[in-house]
Design a protein around this ligand. Structure first.
Ligand SMILES: NC(=O)c1ccc[n+]([C@@H]2O[C@H](COP(=O)([O-])OP(=O)(O)OC[C@H]3O[C@@H](n4cnc5c(N)ncnc54)[C@H](OP(=O)(O)O)[C@@H]3O)[C@@H](O)[C@H]2O)c1
Length: 514
């Protein structure tokens, strides 16, 4: 069993009791009472005896990254008052180890801890050896992750543990070590009560741990999925995919995976995670800035790549199958293009093939614009690309013109005189927090009941562009439709099961209307 522990910085008895009650209500197994700021020994005794959850008492000195400035002798006097605690945490570098017996015959179980806030401990394996050779029942090592690969080392420490062990990484890149601690058999992981109360950077709240990251369902065989990108902190994908796994009853967890820009970073991430024993990495969503890197990596590794993803030049979904001898076999697709196509063909009640000869305006020539143009050209549509930077629109037109359909470029200001009746907007104009803007401002095209306007922007859900189009009588489709369809496409591809679209839609809409 891996305990879920909430750290609580003690200010006074009332606050600590309230926080313990909140932790219990949220489903914590343990609390860590951080008594760094406490000097009154009686208070320590009261805190422990009044706690409704088993307690770890920690009085972290300043020289180990804590706030306690007391001498070792004074600290010991405080810790003696924690005799009824389940556990006491004492730093490896403390001079108090020789006095542990004085804590009483039935003294709390000891956790021996080592922290490095600057990065990976230089002599990691010496430190581990020392942690294992103290009389403490539990070893704890924590350091600041520089990249996702630090988490793998934490998992290896857990896999090779000689006693119950806590191995965690701090910082955004270390979040993985906290959520997957249970999969790798850690003694405990920490989750904060709320963000401001987090005692270590990168800590996940207990609400997120249980509600988003499926804490109760995680086990040794849980498959790992995630979204690779930078930045990635605000991605909605973990909430959507975890809710979908949960709904369908699949033993899997989906995580944000922060991988720095550049092919080498992407490759290093893939190689290390694919090689990690027991990781069960099974599928990835790929987002900015790694979609091209994913295609290149799959090409290098002779992975199977869907032809349209190849012609778009971007892979947004990877599935990892394992052959009999455990070798990973990679498959890459692009669910963005299908999401864009289906977002327009479904409301028009037509098949993709019926797009042949239809006149479509694609507004924007960035990543999403490019995907739209490639997909439409593939199905034979006649596409006009409008973009602020005309040269970029022209390059895109040159690349896809004549592949099946016809693609030309035009000045953005010519939009008002367009001959198209399907509009796909892919610029960031009108996106939160600039929701008052619209690409139609000053260049409103003639719309009718036969027109369809699709806006890739999904935040806000109802953009000004959609409002203007609706007022002019056109049919409209918002960016949520694309977001939902690309995510559902990924789920189908990974699991072979139809995605639970309604729960996924609910999660997206809930997050966007918060
Ligand atoms: N619904 C979904 O699932 C989904 C998925 C992906 C993206 N999106 C949305 O699609 C939009 C574009 O994303 P992306 O990844 O394609 O971005 P991108 O590659 O950076 O492309 C941005 C595009 O917007 C244009 N642009 C940016 N600011 C502009 C301005 N002030 N005036 C005129 N044009 C401007 C750029 O024109 P220049 O070439 O002149 O710079 C370019 O064409 C975003 O709103 C994003 O949220 C939605």
């Amino acid at each position: 069993m891996t305990y879920l522990c909430v750290p609580i910085f003690v200010q006074d008895l009332a606050q600590a009791r309230r926080d313990v009650a909140l932790a219990a209500e949220a489903g914590a197994d343990l609390v860590e009472l951080r008594i760094d700021d406490v000097t009154d020994g009686e208070l320590v005794g009261q805190l422990v005896s009044q706690s409704t959850l088993p307690v770890i008492v920690t009085c972290r000195p300043t020289w180990e990254g804590g706030r306690c400035g007391l001498s070792e002798e004074e600290r010991f006097e405080l810790l003696k008052k924690a005799e009824k605690a389940a556990y006491v945490d004492l730093e490896l570098r403390s001079s108090l180890w020789g006095k542990i017996e004085q804590l009483g015959e039935n003294h709390p179980r000891m956790i021996v801890s080592f922290h490095d806030f600057s990065g990976r401990p230089e002599k990691m394996y010496n430190v581990l050896g020392e942690l294992n050779s103290t009389p403490a029942e539990i070893a704890k090592i924590v350091w600041t992750a520089r990249t996702l690969r630090d988490n793998l080392e934490a998992f290896e420490i857990l896999q090779n543990r000689q006693k119950p062990t806590i191995a965690l990484c701090m910082g955004e890149a270390g979040m993985l070590s906290r959520v997957l601690a249970k999969k790798f058999g850690a003694f405990l992981t920490f989750a904060s009560l709320s963000n401001p109360s987090a005692t270590a950077p990168g800590q996940v709240t207990i609400e997120q741990m249980k509600g988003i990251y499926r804490w109760d369902a995680i086990g040794a065989d849980t498959k790992v999925y995630g979204v690779v990108g930078s930045p990635i902190q605000h991605s909605m994908s973990p909430a959507i995919h975890n809710a979908a796994f949960s709904k369908v009853g699949i033993d899997a967890v989906y995580l944000p995976l922060l991988v720095n820009e550049g092919y080498e970073s992407f490759k290093a991430f893939m190689e290390s995670f694919l090689a990690m024993r027991g990781m069960d990495l099974s599928g990835l969503s790929i987002t900015i800035p790694h979609k091209e890197n994913a295609l290149r990596y799959l090409t290098e590794k002779a992975g199977q790549i869907e032809p349209l993803a190849q012609s778009i030049g971007a892979v947004n979904t990877i599935r990892i199958d394992r052959t009999g001898d455990g070798e990973p076999k990679l498959h890459g697709i692009n669910t963005d293009y299908a999401a864009i196509l289906d977002s327009i063909t479904a409301p028009l009640g037509i098949k993709r093939e019926d797009l042949a000869g239809r006149r479509v305006a694609v507004i924007g020539a960035g990543g999403t614009g490019r995907t739209a143009v490639a997909a439409l050209a593939h199905y034979g549509a006649t596409v006009v690309v409008y973009n602020r930077t005309r040269e970029r629109a022209q390059l895109l037109a040159d690349e896809f013109n004549g592949k099946t359909g016809k693609v030309v470029s035009a000045e953005m200001d010519k939009l008002c005189g367009t001959c198209c009746d399907i509009f796909i907007h892919t610029t960031s104009i009108g996106m939160h927090p600039n929701a008052e803007a619209s690409v139609f401002d000053g260049r409103m095209p003639k719309l009718s009941g036969d027109s369809l306007v699709f806006d890739a922007v999904y935040n806000p859900m109802q953009t000004k562009l959609l409002t203007l189009a609706k007022q002019a009588g056109a049919r409209t489709v918002g960016g949520v439709e694309m977001f939902l369809r690309q995510a559902a496409g990924q789920f189908d591809f990974w699991t072979g099961q139809p995605a639970p679209v309604e729960i996924m839609r609910q999660v997206i809409e809930q997050r966007l209307t918060r």
